[in-house]
Write a protein that binds this ligand. Structure first.
Ligand code: GDP
Length: 443
């Protein structure tokens, strides 16, 4: 899962802080030391780490924090805000222009350019836009064919002149074609190399001056960590990139590139690639990413994913319940079922507040369908009252539930304990969210 190591370490650090009543400067210092190590281990650029920790520390040793009743909570709030700022603050959206909007995709070979031309086209189609996919990578064998296959899958038009015409000419004619045929977007796939070389940059610059793109999106592989940041720096200095698509975030358990790229290069991350399938792409929301890292979940993305599968009212209701921390075991069951329809479990669980930790306890590591099935069976064996008010479940009820669900009393105990912890955690988060809202309004 994305940021897994970092998320676990930060959450442990903050759980310790939260457990303390009053905080002194030395507590903050100790916590900051742990945050620093966690970020370095996540392969975040060392200078970025230094600045980050310094900023948080300065804010955290302020009077207001140390004297507040929930200082631990306060520190987490600051870390959350600074993580968000580190990744760019606001969501960076695509440029809005008179159609056709021209987007040039650049990056090294294997970063995921061609795949992401397809994914982006799919996102645009969902907004009822008509993209034109342009096969401008004439060097990599099979790149043209790959784009054509994607085009067929999407029912989107692919513009190709084969591999004997120069990419500059292809881009020029594609733009002309799009203007005549009413395409809203022109997505130009370009050639990559294994390493940055002059010839490549030269060609990309010529394509750029020919079609004057509205966006030059750099496609970078998040799994390459700090290399991704260096690559971004080089491309940016030569082409003035307007945004990045961070790919393979699904395999990036450390997160160094995601956390450093914006701060080091100034390039906003616009999208994240999270799998090989055509719909495995998300607009990049710095605030939601920060929440995920801190184990506070990402209910909004979950809801957006869910919208295709469940009805909106239900999703809004769930969001309200989560915010107010008044959800029951029934809601928990509901959530589990909906989640199962939405995609790979481990990706989704990271988006639920407290879920990351709660599920882990179930069998120490791997979350699999079987465990979810067991949780479902236990909840289903409870009466409606028990689901709303788990406190009434005494030992004889526990025995009955275990028997009914084909599990053991220990399993039932564990689930109840986890649910209780989750509720506690959500109460804290919801209190925090309310405070943050207030803070924002006050500005
Ligand atoms: P290009 O050379 O930059 O055009 O790269 P491709 O689009 O051909 O992608 C290279 C490989 O990375 C392919 O096997 C893709 O399936 C894979 N890939 C691309 N994006 C992602 C992603 O977000 N997650 C994962 N897991 N794989 C990806």
């Amino acid at each position: 899962m994305v940021f897994e190591g970092l998320a676990n370490r930060l959450q442990d650090t903050f759980n310790r802080l939260r457990g303390k009543g009053k905080l002194g400067e030395s507590d903050v210092k100790e916590a900051m030391r742990e945050v620093r190590l966690a970020l370095l281990e996540a392969d975040v650029n060392f200078k970025v780490v230094k600045d980050f920790v310094e900023k948080v520390r300065e804010r955290a040793v302020g009077q207001e924090v140390l004297q507040s009743l929930t200082p631990g909570q306060h520190v987490i709030k600051i870390v959350n805000e600074e993580l968000t700022a580190l990744m760019g603050g606001e969501q960076a959206k695509l440029a809005v222009t008179k159609p056709p909007t021209v987007i040039m995709m650049v990056g090294l070979q294997g970063a995921g350019k061609t795949t992401h031309v397809g994914k982006l086209a799919r996102l645009l189609q969902k907004e009822r836009k008509k993209p034109l996919l342009v096969a401008g990578d004439i060097y990599r064998p099979a790149a043209i064919k790959q784009l054509q296959v994607l085009g067929e899958q999407l029912d989107a038009e692919v513009f190709s002149l084969g591999d004997q015409v120069s990419p500059v000419e292809i881009a020029k004619q594609a733009l002309h074609h799009a203007t005549i045929h009413g395409h809203d977007y022109v997505l130009i796939d370009t050639a990559g190399r294994l390493h940055i070389d002059e010839q490549l940059m030269d060609e990309l610059q010529r394509v750029k001056s020919e079609v004057n793109p509205d966006e030059i999106l750099l496609v970078v592989d998040a799994m390459t960590g700090q290399d991704a940041v260096n690559v971004a720096q080089s491309f940016h200095s030569q082409l003035a990139v307007t945004g990045a698509i961070l790919t393979k975030l699904d395999g990036d358990t450390r997160g160094g590139a995601a956390l450093s790229i914006r701060a080091v290069t100034g390039i906003p991350i616009k999208y994240a690639g999270i799998g090989e399938k055509i719909d495995a792409i998300e607009p990049f929301h710095p605030d939601r990413m920060a929440s995920r890292i801190l184990g506070m979940g990402d209910v909004l993305t979950l809801i957006e994913k869910a919208q295709a599968n469940i009805d909106k009212d239900k999703a809004m209701e769930m969001e309200r319940k989560l915010r107010n921390a008044d959800f029951t075991l029934d809601d928990f069951l509901d959530q589990l079922q909906q989640v199962k329809q939405l995609g790979p479990l481990d990706q989704l669980l990271g988006m639920m507040p407290g879920m990351n930790k709660a599920m882990k306890g179930l069998q120490n590591a791997n979350v699999d369908e079987k465990q979810i099935g067991r949780v479902e069976a236990i909840i289903r064996s409870m009466t409606p009252i028990e689901r709303i008010e788990p406190k009434v479940i005494d030992s004889s009820r526990r025995k009955r539930i275990a028997k009914g669900s084909g599990t053991t009393v220990q399993d039932v105990n564990r689930l109840l304990k986890q649910f209780e912890e989750m509720q506690k955690m959500m109460k804290q988060f919801s209190g925090m969210a309310k405070k943050m809202k207030k803070g924002k309004k006050g500005k």
